[in-house]
Design a protein around this ligand. Structure first.
Ligand code: PLP
Length: 442
């Protein structure tokens, strides 16, 4: 019996305790949280320092409305992330989730153009097979066809989609990387022309695509081409780093590895590591100045924005990442995870692609490596891998619809930044066994 409306019809096991990389269920099973949920639990579970920071803040002052007050955790959190103004980002705005953060980014882009006297701009362009959130604005802007489908009639037509940069699936065999980039750049430019370049506020993309396609990195040079096109048409570049940011790919910001900087960066998951619900946007100084010289503020507010307890949790998470030099561990353990996955699954007849960066990896499953043909979606292979993983004490993050929202299966592993070599080896072993068992059960 449950009174909770769960995600699917089934009642999932109850998780009662978390410790390090492990989650423990009410039935007594210890499960390695090999994906930190949805790439959230970047410091693992049960961290006393963070728990105490949360407790201290809740006891000293849980809430003060941001219309009247600032609070120190929010100030300190913004400062630890932005003190050196990475890429020219100079202000932060915090909310409670990635979806809310993308809503804020879309609205801020629109407001920026009102402030600088370009009121015709209101559209966004994003990519198919992307995800920017579940609320109506973020869902409408994004290209997760499976999640959009039931709600299409209520999604705003202000948002358009172009092709993703997804070489394994969509680069033609006859094409070089340069030719593929030319094709994608031409398509994006044509979208601007079709919509009217002076009506577009922003291009919105995940630097490493998360759950929708499974850790897809762009062909080198892609984001530079995108940045050039945005600049040429006077549009902003919004990079959604909700899943791939805050250290997950081995640098604090995923864009550092692409040679571009965003006008607005969207963050969440690894920001607070799951210790509190928190997301946010990081805003380029150019936009901050436009607001300062214009209406004076951001025309957008939420009751729980910059929540002191959430900010205190995220602040402690960010301090630990820096003090313990955890990005070095993400890089080193990321290399070990990549090598381990390649050794265990690289020659597997049903593993089409192993891809990712840092501690953010996915395996895409195919019936045939030569043709890259996907499995019948009705088989729900990705969910079977998840189930077999749980049976072996490993939680992963599976998704179907890798190719077009319906076809394709992939499974993500995204362990906490604190993993040891032995942890990584255990994850690879259990994951490999789960893939084999899922396929054997078809
Ligand atoms: N953007 C990206 C890239 C995501 O991966 C997600 C969640 O998976 C979101 C936005 C939405 O975040 P949330 O589920 O916290 O609303």
């Amino acid at each position: 019996m449950t009174r909770v409306l769960h995600r699917s019809g089934a009642i999932p096991p109850v998780a009662v305790r978390g410790e390090g990389i492990y989650l423990h269920t009410a039935e007594g099973q210890a499960i390695i949280d090999g994906s930190g949920g949805a790439a959230v639990a970047c410091l693992g579970h049960g961290n006393r320092r963070i728990a105490e920071a949360v407790g201290r803040q809740a006891a000293s002052m849980a809430y003060a409305h941001t219309g009247t007050f600032s609070n120190q955790p929010a100030e300190d959190l913004a400062d630890i992330i932005l003190h050196d103004e990475p890429g020219g980002l100079s202000r932060a705005w915090f909310c409670s989730s990635g979806s809310e953060a993308n809503e804020a980014a879309i609205k801020l882009a629109r407001q920026y153009f009102l402030e600088i006297g370009q009121p015709r701009r209101y559209r966004t362009i994003a990519r198919r097979q992307s995800y920017h959130g579940t609320t109506l604005g973020a869902l409408a802007a994004g290209g997760n066809m499976m999640r959009r489908a039931p709600f299409e009639p209520v999604l705003s037509p202000a948002h358009s989609l172009v092709s993703p940069c997804f070489a394994y699936r969509f680069k033609h065999d006859s094409e070089s990387d340069a030719q593929y980039l030319d094709r994608l750049a031409a398509e994006l430019d044509a979208a601007f022309q079709r919509l009217g370049p002076d009506t577009v506020t922003a291009f919105l993309a995940e630097p490493v695509v998360g759950a929708t396609t499974g850790c897809v990195t762009a062909v080198p040079g892609y984001f530079k081409r995108v940045r050039e096109i945005c600049d040429r048409h006077g549009a902003l570049l919004i990079l959604d780093e909700v899943m791939c940011g805050m250290g997950r790919t081995g640098t604090m910001h995923a864009w550092e590895q692409e040679g571009v900087t965003p006008d607005i960066q969207v963050i969440a998951k690894g920001l607070g590591g799951g210790y509190q619900p928190i997301g946010g946007i990081l805003i380029h100084d150019r936009i901050v100045r436009a607001l300062a010289h214009g209406s004076g503020g951001f025309l957008h507010g939420q009751t729980y924005q910059a929540h002191p307890v959430a900010c205190a949790a995220a602040l402690e998470v960010q301090r630990i990442i820096r003090e313990d030099r955890l990005l070095e561990n993400v890089q080193a353990m990321g290399r070990r995870l990549e090598t381990g996955l390649q050794e265990r699954l690289g020659n597997h007849r049903h593993v089409g692609d192993i891809r990712g960066r840092g501690l953010f990896w996915a395996v895409e499953l195919v019936t045939d490596r030569a043709t890259k043909a996907p499995f019948d979606p009705e088989l729900k292979l990705n969910e079977r891998v998840k189930r077999e993983g749980i049976a072996r004490g490993l939680a992963t993050y599976p998704m179907g619809g890798t190719i077009d929202g319906r076809q394709g299966d992939h499974v993500i592993v995204a362990p906490p930044y604190i993993v040891t070599a032995a942890d990584v080896d255990a994850i690879v072993e259990r994951f490999g066994d789960a893939v084999d068992a899922a396929l054997a059960g078809l």
